[in-house]
Design a protein around this ligand. Structure first.
Ligand SMILES: [Zn+2]
Length: 140
C-alpha cells in the first residue's frame, strides 16, 4: 500500500511531463482505438493545434528578426547579427512552408513521393517536407 502511494504520484508526474512535451501530438497516440470518423476529427484537431503552435513560433521568430535587424551600433557584432538573422529567416521559411501545406490540406505527405510521413518524424520535425528515404536522396 505504501508503495502504491509513492508510485502513483510519480506516474502522474511522468504522464504530465509527457503531455506537456508532446502537446498536440498526444492525439495521434490515441487514434488507434478510434473509429474512422473520430480518427479524421482527431487528425484535424491535431493539425489545428500544430497550426496554432506554428503561428506562435512565427510570431516569436518575427519579433526576433526585428530585434536582430535593429542596429546595435557595434560594428564588431555585425557578422554575428547577420548569421543569426539568416538562421531566423530559415526557420521562418520552414514555418511558413508548413503552414502553407496545412492550408492546402497536404500537410504530412511527402512532397516528393506523396506517402504519409510517419508521425514520429513529424513530432521531431513539424516542418519536414519529405519522408526519410526521399530526404536521404535529397541531401546526398
Ligand atoms: Zn517520399
Amino acid at each position: 500500500m505504501v508503495l502504491l502511494v509513492v508510485v502513483i504520484p510519480l506516474r502522474v508526474t511522468t504522464t504530465r511531463a509527457k503531455l506537456h512535451s508532446f502537446g498536440p501530438f498526444l492525439f495521434v497516440k490515441r487514434v488507434g482505438m478510434m473509429s474512422r470518423d473520430t480518427r479524421i476529427a482527431a487528425d484535424q484537431h491535431w493539425i489545428e493545434e500544430l497550426r496554432m503552435t506554428l503561428v506562435e513560433q512565427f510570431e516569436t521568430q518575427t519579433a526576433r528578426l526585428t530585434q536582430l535587424t535593429a542596429d546595435t551600433g557595434d560594428p564588431s557584432e555585425a557578422h554575428t547579427q547577420a548569421a543569426l538573422r539568416a538562421n531566423v529567416r530559415q526557420q521562418l521559411d520552414q514555418i511558413t512552408g508548413a503552414l502553407g501545406r496545412i492550408a492546402q490540406g497536404r500537410y504530412g505527405n511527402c512532397d516528393k513521393c506523396g506517402v504519409p510521413i510517419p508521425q514520429e518524424r513529424l513530432q521531431l520535425l513539424p516542418h519536414a517536407r519529405f519522408c526519410m528515404p526521399c530526404q536521404q536522396r535529397h541531401s546526398s
